[in-house]
Design a protein around this ligand. Structure first.
Ligand SMILES: [Zn+2]
Length: 281
């Protein structure tokens, strides 16, 4: 699915309007992103996203070949569960205990060396593709990736993107209505929004903003989980060598230029380091 320049401009205008509405009216459908305190548009009820996530996750797993490398699978689950625990601690400390019950974490490793990707759907349903493991190289590298992806989930970026996608593509239809009327298109939108599609030629506004928020929150999550947040720098340096090759969903296509990203990460590391120090005590 691709969009023309015209639509992209329209979406930028929409983004500005949303920000203005959120700011001026403290609109009910807007929620605050933790740490950065930005207001985002959340029009889709949480329960609807959770239901859809359950269905789509099972669907993706059915169509994928799961890795039988027990060593790697265990590493993905161990790292994932440490990040998940850190995420729950983070939610509890930031007064969002009520959200913890929405997460029933699952971390699966998909056997696909060509796909350099990882994603987390609502409710903590995650997939890592074996293709990204040659860039993560070690557990701390994997913690950078999973911290980033879990941060997207904690910041509800998916709800924001889904709200915008429903406005831009389906006339602002409610998710439940869209699913009844145009199930296939709606499922495709969901997969695109969560970066879980096979081919995502789809530009969404805020993506740079979302990426930088996910980097910033992700660093504190990995640090809370006991991984050195400084490992994010060599990881992104290794990823920059992938640039220019084929660009898979979420993990590369929507990401900002690596130099900018690494410069920003260096700024956020001091914010995360105290959590890492605390985790070692
Ligand atoms: Zn991302």
């Amino acid at each position: 699915m691709s969009v023309g320049k015209h639509q992209i401009y329209e979406r930028r205008a929409l983004g500005g309007l949303v920000a203005a509405i959120c700011l001026l009216l403290q609109f009910q459908g807007c929620a605050e992103v933790p740490i950065t305190h930005r207001k985002g548009l959340h029009l889709v009820p949480e329960t609807e996203l959770l239901n859809m996530s359950l269905q789509q996750y099972d669907e993706v797993l059915k169509k994928s070949k799961l890795s039988s490398d027990t060593h790697k699978v265990e590493m993905v689950r161990r790292t994932g569960n440490r990040i998940a625990k850190a995420a729950e601690g983070f939610l509890a400390e930031s007064g969002q205990q009520d959200k913890i019950k929405n997460y029933k974490w699952k971390f699966n490793l998909v056997e696909d060396d060509k796909t350099v990707n990882a994603w987390v759907m609502p409710g903590g349903k995650a997939a890592v593709y074996t293709g990204i493991l040659s860039y993560t190289q070690n557990e701390a590298g994997l913690a950078v990736v999973l911290g980033h992806e879990v941060a997207h989930a904690l910041a509800d970026h998916g709800n924001e993107r889904m709200s915008e996608a429903l406005i831009a593509n389906m006339g602002g239809m409610a998710l439940s209505v869209a699913l009844t009327r145009q199930p296939q298109q709606t499922q495709q939108l969901f997969m695109t929004v969560y970066g879980a599609g096979a081919n995502v030629g789809f530009l969404l506004p805020y993506s740079r903003l979302h990426e930088s928020e996910a980097d910033r929150i992700g660093l504190t999550l990995m640090a809370r989980a006991g991984y050195d947040p400084r490992e994010a720098i060599p990881f992104w340096e290794r990823m920059s060598k992938q640039e220019g090759k084929s660009r898979p969903p979420e993990f590369l296509s929507t990401h900002p230029a690596t130099e900018t990203r690494i410069a920003d990460i260096k700024k956020y590391i001091p914010e995360a380091l105290p959590y890492y120090d605390k985790s070692k005590k």
